[in-house]
Design a protein around this ligand. Structure first.
Ligand SMILES: C[S@@+](CC[C@H](N)C(=O)[O-])C[C@H]1O[C@@H](n2cnc3c(N)ncnc32)[C@H](O)[C@@H]1O
Length: 305
């Protein structure tokens, strides 16, 4: 569907809303403005995450916002073992722009002291901008076409997770224009990491696929959170077992794992999640919050080492 590329608020009315798509260039403007935040700094910070609500890459939305994972943070404060609190290193898997990593770092430092540090991990950390004359195409890190625009008119090209929603006729025709697309030249990437997360010296950023084992992270973390990423809609059981196995390797013994998914309920977001502790070769369940994690049985049944 052809949409209007809007720099400001997307209308609430569903029919108009479906006709609009956020302008990714606004992310660059906001990053510049937040280098020297003025009186509207908070508003601008929230706008950055709001734009990501409208970005889908690799079949998953980048949706996030400040304050949406409070229960997970309370759980980490309650269940991280006292022996691991001092100098805690925290992994936020699938953190999107990392504004919730900034939240978690604040809360964990308040509880355990200033030595806490965090690693913001996500598979998609930037959009690449390609141009041919007035036509601009935005691509994900692996080359996936995300959106094409001509001035204020644009089309979302990003892959959908489920086959039945596969790209429509217009998208397929555009994606077939291989010569045009090959002759586009690359411009500067657009960072999808929130400027406040980039500016925080206690947060390091890593491009990471939760399904791929990164040996450099083994045994480093006293706390790991995976919120709104290890979902049954996104991954099958075999993939979830693999992801859980990787998190187990990254965790220190006695470390705390929180997995959750938010649910929209009458204009509010409810957090449903579970908490486990690494106990030797397995994860031992310790608590649920909200309606529990939808992958609780997978973590509990994970065969361990
Ligand atoms: C809905 S956002 C959740 C962001 C944040 N955790 C929150 O709850 O607000 C899901 C994030 O998971 C990331 N993601 C999807 N597949 C992933 C994978 N295989 N490995 C790591 N991150 C992934 C996406 O890029 C996206 O930023």
């Amino acid at each position: 569907m052809i949409q209007f590329v809007v720099p400001g608020l997307i209308p609430k009315f569903p029919v108009l809303r479906a006709r609009c798509i956020f302008d990714p260039e606004v992310l660059v403007d906001i990053s510049r403005q937040l280098e020297f935040p003025g009186p509207h700094g908070c508003e601008q910070a929230d706008r950055f995450s709001l734009i990501l609500h409208d970005v889908r890459i690799g079949g998953t939305w980048k949706r996030t916002n400040r304050g949406r994972l409070r229960s997970t943070e309370e759980m980490l404060c309650a269940h991280v073992a006292p022996a691991l609190r001092n100098g805690l290193t925290f992994l936020d898997m699938g953190a999107s722009d990392g504004i919730t990593t900034v939240d978690a770092l604040r809360v964990l430092r308040h509880a355990f002291g200033e030595c806490v540090t965090a690693l913001l991990a996500d598979i998609n950390l930037s959009l690449l901008r390609y141009r041919w004359g007035p036509i601009i195409e935005y691509r994900g890190g692996d080359g996936e076409a995300i959106m094409v625009r001509l001035g204020r008119v644009g089309v979302r090209l990003a892959r959908q997770r489920h086959e039945q929603h596969a790209n429509n006729w217009f998208n397929q025709q555009y994606l077939r224009m291989k010569r045009l697309r090959r002759s586009m030249h690359a411009e500067a990437p657009i960072s999808l990491v929130h400027p406040l997360a980039r500016r925080e010296p206690g947060i390091a950023v890593i491009k990471l696929n939760c399904l791929t084992h990164a040996a450099c992270l083994n045994g480093r973390f006293g706390a790991i959170r995976a919120s709104n990423v290890l979902n049954l809609d996104y991954f099958d059981s075999a993939q979830l077992y693999k992801a859980v196995g990787n998190l187990h390797l990254y965790m220190r013994d006695g470390g705390c794992l929180v997995v959750s998914r938010n649910q929209d309920e009458r204009g509010r977001e409810l957090e449903n999640g579970s908490v486990w502790v690494k106990d030797g070769g397995r994860f031992r369940w310790v608590a649920d919050f909200g309606g529990a994690s939808e992958i609780k049985s997978i973590v509990d049944r994970w065969p361990g080492r």
